[in-house]
Each structure stands twice: as structure tokens, then as C-alpha cells.
Design a protein around this ligand. Structure first.
Ligand code: ATP
Length: 249
């Protein structure tokens, strides 16, 4: 299962282990995919998805192992935009203020059009305080700001969790169009296997900190004849789960 791609043009996790307070959150995880891939990350609650995404963007430190984005270390690259699970926004700012602030912080490659067209598509009220926006509206602001950064890579932690079914379908279609036109790399976690199925060409399944399935969609389909990607992912999520043998060190 270990996969290594040429470091110059790949997202590469190499032997990542994360230990915190005596628990092993991620256990010797190795995975690689070419830049421009759309990688779906699934796993049960507590499997380690958010931990892996934070390590991927340099917000958390691995106990050992390395992450590289086209040859740059996660902590050093400015080439990755991240939407964390809680969609933190400054509550006193409006989306219009947030755009101004984001533009001033990302002077070099700020893409106003990308951010604005996403907000427009979902009719986000630009002059309402973020503190009173609905969960779905906050989601769209957070995604729009990440797209505005114009980075070659995008990391989204359960971005669609608060979206209604229509908004979710529209967001997936729009995100796919953005990826098609920009060739960005996408690393996305979701509890909805259908989201992953609709968007992604690579899959990673985590179960209790271990990678139990990984590869391209085509490889996974070929290796599990007669099963859908979702069925195969469910089976992989069950490996190690609730077996009482939680990895501890
Ligand atoms: N700093 C920490 N110290 C100890 N344990 C931690 C720490 N951070 C996370 N954990 C534990 O590590 C496990 C993985 O957490 P993580 O947030 O990565 O899971 P997840 O797959 O994103 O889950 P969910 O689907 O519920 O969002 C959880 O059991 C969590 O309680």
C-alpha cells in the first residue's frame, strides 16, 4: 500500500505518525498523489481525519514523518488554502469586510473574482455581520475566501456538513468546475461517501489512525470487483473499528 510519487509534482505523506498524550492518532501513514489530484478522505468519528489535514497544512506537527506539497514542506508552503472544520470567521466583520481583509493579507495572488463569484452563486448577504450568518452561509464565506487565495492546492475539512441538499449539490458542481478550470489539487474530508464519489479521483480511508484503503478510484474499483467505491470504503472504515484494540503506545 505505501505509495511514493515524484516529490516535485506530488502531494506526499511519508511515514506520518502523530502521538498525543499517550495515544497514537496517526500510525505510519504513507500516501502520495500527483498534484492536481482530487483526494477524498473518509473515516469514522475520531479516525484521525482532522489531525491528518492539520498536519497536511502545517497547523499541527507530526511526531515523525514528513508531508510535502510538490517538494515544499507543509509548514513552509503558502501554496495551500485550508478551510478547517469550524469555519472560523471574525464575528464582527461582514463578508464584504472579510473580502477586504483577505485581499490585504494576500496581496500577491488574491483572486477577487473567484471569491466573489462563489459568494454570489449562493446569494451571501455581503453586508450582514458574520456572527448572525447561518451555518450554511458561514460555510460559503469560508470556501469563497479560500478560493480567493488562488493557491494551487485546496484542503477542506468536512466543508459541506452544514449545507442543505440543494446547496451541497450546487457546491459540488461549482467546486468541480473550479477544479476543472484551475487544475488545483483538492484534499477533502467528508462523512458523505457520495460527495467523495462525485468529486474525487483518489481515496484515503482512515480507521483508528491507520490507512486501511488508499489509491485511485480506478484501482479501487478494479481491486474490488462488483462493489461500488462507497461499499469498499465502508468495509475499509470497519477494519480496526470497535474491535477493542485501539492503538495506544
Ligand atoms: N491533542 C490531542 N490529544 C489527545 N487526543 C487527541 C488530540 N487531538 C485529537 N485527539 C484524538 O484523536 C482522535 C482523532 O481526532 P480527529 O479530530 O483527527 O478525528 P476525525 O477523524 O476528524 O473525527 P470526526 O469525524 O469526528 O471529525 C480523536 O479520538 C481525538 O479525540
Amino acid at each position: 500500500m505505501p505509495r511514493h510519487h515524484h516529490s516535485g509534482n506530488a502531494l506526499q505523506f511519508s511515514d506520518i505518525t502523530v502521538r498525543r498524550g499517550g495515544s497514537t492518532l496517526l500510525d505510519h501513514l504513507t500516501f502520495g498523489a500527483p498534484v492536481g489530484s482530487r483526494i477524498g478522505l473518509v473515516g469514522a468519528n475520531g479516525a484521525g481525519k482532522s489531525t491528518l489535514l492539520k498536519v497536511a497544512v502545517g497547523l499541527a506537527r507530526a511526531t515523525s514523518g514528513t508531508v510535502s506539497w510538490a517538494g515544499s514542506a507543509a509548514a513552509e508552503t503558502r501554496a495551500v488554502a485550508f478551510v478547517p472544520q469550524g469555519k472560523p470567521l471574525y464575528p464582527a466583520l461582514t463578508p464584504a469586510h472579510a473580502l477586504v481583509l483577505a485581499r490585504s493579507l494576500n496581496t500577491e495572488d488574491w483572486d477577487e473574482e473567484a471569491a466573489r463569484s462563489w459568494m454570489d452563486a449562493f446569494e451571501i448577504p455581503l453586508s450582514r455581520q458574520c456572527s448572525v450568518l447561518s451555518g450554511g452561509e458561514r460555510t460559503q464565506v469560508a470556501i469563497a475566501l479560500a478560493l480567493g487565495r488562488g493557491t494551487p492546492h485546496l484542503v477542506l475539512d468536512e466543508p459541506f456538513a452544514e449545507l442543505d441538499p440543494l446547496a451541497r449539490a450546487d457546491a459540488i458542481d461549482l467546486l468541480r468546475a473550479v477544479l476543472d478550470s484551475t487544475g488545483r489539487t483538492l484534499l477533502i474530508s467528508s462523512h458523505l461517501l457520495s460527495d467523495i464519489d462525485d468529486l474525487c479521483d483518489h481515496l484515503m480511508v482512515l480507521s483508528r489512525g491507520r490507512l486501511t484503503l488508499a489509491g485511485t478510484r480506478d484501482e479501487i474499483l478494479a481491486e474490488h470487483p462488483g462493489q461500488s467505491v462507497s461499499e469498499t470504503a465502508m468495509a475499509a472504515m470497519r477494519l480496526h473499528a470497535r474491535s477493542g484494540e485501539r492503538t495506544a503506545s
